[in-house]
Design a protein around this ligand. Structure first.
Ligand code: FES
Ligand code: FES
Length: 165
């Protein structure tokens, strides 16, 4: 019996049918929707390369059953830039060399966006490291990643103040 779910992915509503109820959100994004930004690093919840936002919260999509997220809003790395304008977190990762090979980077950026939305990491590098500890980087670009999160937080806060003025 085919299963059918409806997801809003990067602002676009998608109705997706699949046969296997065990299909993960990660496989659905990569193999059915051709959104290959989220990476399959470990496929067991240990590396964070597959991080996406579901209803605004960061999750490891390799551990999420697609079926259990019917009706959800999903944001992937493909959906964060506004046309040619990078998201502040993307820009900060570039400015601070927050990557080398780039494999972990989509997950790092989605996790950083989620963390900044959560609003409780503050500017303390230790707390940012702790809050990003589910995202591993084999290239050990951690110094740049933490600096990028700090900078992006400031840029987003300033933009918020400008918008409110
Ligand atoms: S691929 Fe999902 S946590 Fe590693
Ligand atoms: S940039 Fe290579 S794994 Fe993080």
């Amino acid at each position: 019996m085919p299963f059918c779910i409806s997801l809003t992915v990067n602002g676009v509503k998608r109705n997706i049918e699949f046969d296997d109820p065990r299909v993960t959100l990660l496989d659905l994004l990569r193999e059915r929707l051709d959104l290959t930004g989220a990476k399959k690093g470990c496929d067991r919840g240990q590396c964070g390369a597959c991080t996406v936002l579901v209803n605004g919260r960061r999750i490891n999509s390799c551990l999420a059953l697609a079926l259990s997220h019917d009706g959800a809003e999903v944001l992937t790395i493909e959906g964060v830039a506004q046309g040619e304008a990078l998201h502040p977190v993307q820009a900060a990762f570039i400015a601070h060399d927050g990557f080398q090979c780039g494999f972990c980077t989509p997950g790092q950026i989605m996790s950083a966006i989620g963390l900044i939305n959560e609003g409780h990491a503050g500017d303390d590098p230790e707390r940012i490291r702790e809050a990003m500890s589910g995202n591993l980087c084999r290239c050990a670009a951690y110094i740049g990643i933490v600096e990028a999160v700090q900078d992006a937080q400031k840029a987003i806060a300033e933009a918020g103040r400008r918008d409110a003025a």
